[in-house]
Design a protein around this ligand. Structure first.
Ligand SMILES: [Zn+2]
Length: 230
């Protein structure tokens, strides 16, 4: 069987790298200074660099099944995602945190299905999105809503990280809840003020909205109400 990957590795080194060598040299000499932490689902159809038109040194990326944010209290044990958030905020001093979910997410669909007993870690991991699931028969519409609710749930959980909350409140970090619709090639942006997702083509900004101390609690309470109606 031909080893397709070795051919690709050689192509990167021989074709791509020479054209961008100076950029990589600069990133080595002066270190990385990405301004955005991108928390995205591992799904192969989600390609952060393509969506944002970014290249080397611009995104600090952590991806996992479902684009989920573990609770700050560390109760779930070792967490690469939590470590990445701490590093990005405290060391890299990023100014934006993006949480990016997407349509047709296998993780969100799995919330409505039986998980194999051979995947106890996956089952436990998905608990982080369980609150986003709806008590309804699964349908394309229910899945879409679940996928979007999961993004908002992770933003809420991010605000439980003291070092994130204090910086958001101080205006040093903006939060961005994104929902990528694969079939449309468009990201929908969560807007705190209207409590919904707006297509990027119609959105005035890429973030959840300007933080205002006076109405922040109301905003996040409103999200909470939407997540836990009644
Ligand atoms: Zn996914």
């Amino acid at each position: 069987m031909p080893d397709e990957l070795i051919a690709r590795l050689r192509r990167f080194h021989d074709d791509y790298f020479p054209q961008h060598q100076a950029r990589f040299r600069d990133l080595v000499d002066h270190g990385q200074h990405p301004t955005t932490l991108f928390i995205g689902c591992s799904d192969s159809r989600l390609v952060p660099y393509l969506l944002t038109g970014t290249g080397p040194g611009e995104l600090f990326i952590v991806r996992n099944v479902g684009a989920l944010v573990p609770p700050y209290d560390g109760s779930h044990g070792h967490h690469g995602t939590t470590a990445a958030i701490e590093f990005a905020v405290l060391n890299l001093k990023v100014t934006r945190i993006v949480v990016c979910g997407h349509s047709h997410c296998g993780a969100m669909k799995a919330l409505y299905e039986e998980i194999s007993p051979e995947a106890p870690n996956l089952a436990r991991w998905l608990d982080l999105a369980r609150e986003a699931a709806l008590p309804v028969q699964v349908s394309p519409e229910a899945l879409r809503r679940t996928e979007q609710r999961a993004v908002v749930l992770q933003l809420e959980r991010l605000m439980d990280y003291p070092m994130v909350r204090s910086r958001v409140e101080a205006g040093q970090i903006t939060l961005h809840g994104w929902y990528y619709v694969i079939e449309d090639g468009e990201v929908h942006v969560f807007d705190v003020r209207n409590g919904g997702f707006v297509p990027a083509s119609r959105s005035e900004h890429s973030g959840t909205g300007p933080y205002a101390p006076a109405d922040s609690e109301a905003c996040f309470n409103e999200i909470d109400t939407r997540l836990h109606p009644g």
